[in-house]
Design a protein around this ligand. Structure first.
Ligand SMILES: O=C(O)COP(=O)(O)O
Ligand SMILES: [Mg+2]
Length: 243
């Protein structure tokens, strides 16, 4: 079928021009963080945290406070919110109860206030179309991944998605990154970790991945440049821009 061959060649040259960003040279796998990188999820996270606090008889903290608590998974998020009210987190039963309440509130509505960041869809579409393997490695509990990806019609972009409770350890431990690379038959030096927090960059460096950061997410209030990622882009659209 000569027509198919010609179409195939045209598609190939389009791919080459889409992948001219230096961060992608020699890369076969791109692993994305979720919260603060692809989606601005703090409005829904903070809402669920505030409902949990109300259950505990405590006052709401709001988005600006909760934003700095995100990054180490749901249990640490809940612990930080309780500590902000002076609660002792060595009270395991109280933390357990509060965590359960948070999970129930967040599960009831994980997406209505959450938005995709500008450039995220463009980037995922472009990399997916170019034939790169895309993975999602988040510290968010695994149960929330599918509903969020489906909500944003992004589920088919990723070959693999790991949550913060999928393996015994989570970012900044490199284990989830190494697990994904091995599963997909990619060596770490052919892999890029994209994230918004020091935990993504630390995990990426420890795994031997190339690292790329975005400055707009949640990094406990600190600039992500302090983590010295290999690349820093203002928008993920930069990864698929043609030069
Ligand atoms: O839920 C968190 O604590 C952070 O999630 P992330 O790893 O996708 O940024
Ligand atoms: Mg993040």
């Amino acid at each position: 079928m000569p027509d198919t061959i010609v179409d195939g060649l045209a598609a190939t040259s389009q791919r080459a021009s889409e992948l001219s960003h230096p961060a992608l040279q020699g890369i076969a796998l791109v692993a994305f963080d979720l919260d603060g990188t692809l989606i601005d999820s703090v409005p829904d996270l903070a809402h669920a945290v505030d409902l949990m606090l109300e259950d505990e008889g405590l006052s709401a903290l709001g988005e600006a406070r909760v934003r700095d608590f995100v990054g180490n998974g749901s249990r640490v998020l809940v612990e930080r919110a309780l500590q902000a009210h002076g609660r002792q987190i060595d009270d395991i039963d109280m933390v357990e109860r509060a965590h359960h309440a948070f999970m129930t509130h967040y599960a009831a509505d994980p997406s209505s206030r959450t938005r995709l960041y500008s450039g995220a869809r463009e980037c995922l579409d472009g990399l997916h179309r170019a034939g790169l393997s895309l993975a999602l490695i988040t510290n968010k509990p695994e149960d929330f991944i599918a509903p969020l990806l489906e909500h944003f019609s992004l589920a088919e972009h990723f070959v693999l998605a790991l949550g913060g409770d999928t393996l015994p350890t989570r970012k900044p431990d490199p284990a989830p990154l190494l697990f994904v690379a091995e599963r997909l038959g990619v060596t770490p030096n052919q892999a890029l970790m994209v994230g918004d927090s020091r935990h993504d960059i630390a995990a990426g460096k420890a795994a031997g991945f190339r690292t790329l950061a975005v400055p707009y997410g949640y990094n406990h209030g600190d600039p992500i440049s302090a983590s010295q990622p290999d690349y820093l882009v203002e928008s993920l659209a930069a990864l698929v821009a043609t030069y």
